[in-house]
Design a protein around this ligand. Structure first.
Ligand code: MTE
Ligand code: MO
Length: 220
């Protein structure tokens, strides 16, 4: 009687099973009535404004790397070629910026955060994520929000490569939180046990940032 499945398969399967049991992904896509599509205090725009700290790093895909580290079974350092070899996904989502503009129906393509996490496999105590970008920007969010069904590591917008001003070659998109959580020019994903404040969170913005609860500032 033999039960030795391939080690890689059994490891991945047990990690997925464990996450499912812990309900890690249950905060996924939040379906809302159309009337609640626009969060309070927001107005719609048709253009796509650019907001950042004022210096937009230019990263060639040759020198680009993405690191996943911290509380994971497997630390990753991915090249652009490695990243493109991961299953590609598409998502359509709305943007809600804390500066009160929202933009509907953005078409993204890239790697779903879940597919990336399947490769790194967060440990049982993993609960938060700290993101670090090529411009030095940082932002934090719970792991379950990072792993939401809608969340994507986007390399393309509306069928074209993501432009450098919007975070190309790759940015995160987590549409159910204010857009400051969606790190442009993402370089490092660190998986943590406890929440830590990123750049705007240290400067008065909310630790979580739910647009429907108007969690703009730390005392909201
Ligand atoms: N690396 C990095 N990511 C960032 C920022 C930044 O300054 N640096 N600004 C955030 C803020 S405050 C917003 S509103 C969005 C803006 O994205 P956009 O310029 O593509 O509209 O990016 C977020 N991600
Ligand atoms: Mo912002």
């Amino acid at each position: 009687m033999s039960d030795d499945p391939t080690p890689a398969d059994s490891k991945l399967t047990s990690s997925k099973r464990r996450w499912a049991a812990e309900g890690k992904f249950l905060t996924g896509r939040i379906s809302r009535p159309e009337a609640e599509r626009l969060p309070p205090g927001q107005h719609l725009v048709k253009n796509w404004p650019v907001l950042d700290l004022g210096q937009q790093p230019v990263i060639s895909t040759d020198s680009w790397r993405l690191e996943v580290r911290g509380l994971v079974e497997t630390t990753l350092t991915l090249t652009w070629v490695d990243f493109q070899a991961i299953e590609q996904s598409t998502r359509v989502s709305d943007i809600h910026c804390v500066t009160t503009w929202s933009r509907y129906d953005n078409n993204w393509k890239g790697v779903s955060t879940r597919d990336l996490l399947d490769r790194a496999m967060p440990r049982p105590e993993a609960a938060y994520v700290m993101l670090t970008s090529y411009d030095g920007y940082t932002t934090n969010l719970p792991l379950s929000d990072f792993a939401a069904e809608d969340a994507i590591l986007a390399t393309s917008w509306e069928g074209l490569p993501l432009t450098a001003d919007h975070g190309g070659p790759m940015r995160l998109v987590v549409p159910h939180l204010y857009f400051w959580k969606s790190a442009k020019w993402l370089r490092r994903i660190e998986i943590l046990a406890a929440d830590e404040a990123g750049f705007w969170e240290k400067n008065g913005y909310h630790m979580y940032g739910d647009p429907w609860r108007e969690q703009r500032y730390s005392d909201d």
